[in-house]
Design a protein around this ligand. Structure first.
Ligand SMILES: [Zn+2]
Length: 102
């Protein structure tokens, strides 16, 4: 028997969506609030959406957004620093060229 642990063994096991009264899982992301029936409905396929699942997916999406934002902020800082260094190099080269020309 192998000692390799398969990734699929770590996946969370949710109860089947049907068991919670939600007939089918919708993979769309846009919902409409039906205030009269107090439900979330998919804007694209009109499936009734599990509110907890929807909130959880928003939380995951927000985490990804924040990680991307942080990575982009780091990249922007690096590019600004590199840009400033290159600007200084150009200025110094121009000064050096003037000195050598005169
Ligand atoms: Zn849908």
């Amino acid at each position: 028997m192998s000692d390799v642990i398969r990734i699929k063994d770590f996946r969370r096991r949710d109860p089947p969506i049907e068991s919670r009264g939600y007939p089918r899982k919708c993979l769309h992301k846009r919902v409409v609030l039906d205030y009269e029936r107090r439900i979330l409905e998919c804007r694209d396929c009109q499936a009734v959406v599990d509110p907890f699942e929807y909130c959880a997916s928003l939380a995951v999406e927000m985490d990804r957004y924040n990680q991307s934002r942080q990575a982009l902020t780091t990249e922007i800082d690096y590019l600004r620093k590199t840009h400033d260094e290159l600007k200084n190099d150009v200025r110094n080269l121009k000064r050096s060229k003037k000195r050598h020309a005169s």
